[in-house]
Design a protein around this ligand. Structure first.
Ligand code: PEP
Ligand code: MG
Length: 349
């Protein structure tokens, strides 16, 4: 959980990690009593706790963590772990197993998000000076629609008539969402002609990972079924600080007043159209960050399963109204980040 790899660790390091794992297991046990409890804050705000996944191996965690669904299923992992492009039939089988394992809990499948930090071993590498700002995610999908159509077909078939949610990554402007949605509509029509069963309900959402989308026309917010903030990418573009670059990636705090104000703006825009909004970046799984995101108005948090216990445990103890006031006071004082004021409040709980 630190992004650190120890090569050939000596016995002290191994011992330290053994302890850490044991602690972790114990800590998870601590959360067993709240596993099936809804995350309701002391001022009665209900937060929907969902999980991020990408492999079949993640799915047993749906029950063990108490997640209410999968808020982000990263489909590229299936493409990354192979040495050739998976076949449509393989994808249908896999997505079907995911939906079966969810037992009716909602699952949001994100279409292929490749490029930048995720390079497929069997695709010609593109020589780009700035891959994170380059040809990636929905940009690849729209320019080379073959793979996207194959994946959409696989998703529609895997549902076998059940409700289905699909989300497009890295949408930077309304037109990209529209073009992707048009591909979905075309695929549905083709499936209908071929006589395949269609999902009972189909929701098409977008990830908000570039600041530009927060200022999209209101019509975008009206048309999109749901929005999920990809905080990992959004933060790197907001601060112009590469998420992969150790020199800069910790330089800007998620609890920076400007970033939280930006999140609040997105919440307000979604509220106008009643668009469901979630947050699925790593910060959703960090308890202090998560309660601040909830205080800014986010009502669905999607995180790695092991984070659900710790985040819920803190949510159950905080008053979002009070936190909001603390954040707003810090903002008026001109603090750079609200972290010190928030930590003071949390320590006194
Ligand atoms: C994000 O950018 O926050 C996100 C959830 O997507 P990924 O980390 O896969 O880019
Ligand atoms: Mg992203």
């Amino acid at each position: 959980d630190q992004g650190v790899v120890h090569l050939r660790p000596d016995e002290t390091v191994v011992g330290a990690f053994r302890d850490k794992i044991a602690m972790h297991a114990q800590a998870q046990e601590r959360y067993a009593s709240i596993r099936s409890k809804p995350a309701v804050t002391t001022d009665g705000q209900r937060i929907n706790m969902v999980m991020n996944a990408g492999l079949m191996a993640d799915l047993p965690s749906l029950d063990s963590s108490g997640a209410e669904g999968v808020g982000l299923f990263r489909t590229e992992l299936q493409f990354l772990v192979r040495n050739q492009m998976p076949k449509r039939s393989e994808l249908v089988a896999l997505y079907k197993r995911v939906l079966d394992a969810a037992h009716g809990k909602p699952v949001i499948f994100r279409t292929l998000d490749i490029g930048s930090d995720k390079v497929l071993p069997y695709m010609k590498p593109t020589d780009e000076p700035n891959p994170a700002l380059g040809w990636r995610a929905i940009r690849v999908g729209l320019d080379k629609p073959g793979i996207m159509r194959m994946q959409l077909q696989a998703l529609l078939r895997s549902a076998e008539g059940r409700p289905l949610s699909i989300m497009f990554p890295f949408v930077a402007q309304f037109e990209e969402y529209r073009a992707a949605k048009a591909e979905v509509d075309k695929t549905i029509e083709r499936e209908r002609i071929l006589g395949h069963v269609l999902p009972a309900e189909l929701e098409i959402g977008a990830m908000l990972e570039t600041p530009s989308l927060a200022y999209a026309p209101q019509k975008f917010f009206d048309e999109v079924a749901f929005i999920s903030i990809g905080g990992n990418d959004l933060k790197q573009f907001f601060f112009a600080a590469d998420r992969e670059n150790e020199r800069v990636r910790r330089r800007y705090d998620t609890l920076n007043v400007s970033f939280l104000s930006f999140i609040e703006r997105i919440v307000e825009r979604c509220a106008i159209s009643g668009t469901p909004l979630s947050f699925c970046g790593e910060d959703a799984g960090r308890p202090v960050e998560a309660v601040c995101l909830a205080a800014m108005g986010i009502r669905t948090l999607s995180m790695r399963p092991a984070s659900i216990g710790p985040v819920k445990s803190l949510l159950l103890r905080v008053d979002l109204g009070e936190l909001r006031k603390i954040i707003s006071d810090a903002r008026h004082r001109g603090d750079q980040a609200v972290r010190p004021a928030v930590m003071k409040y949390l320590r006194e709980l």
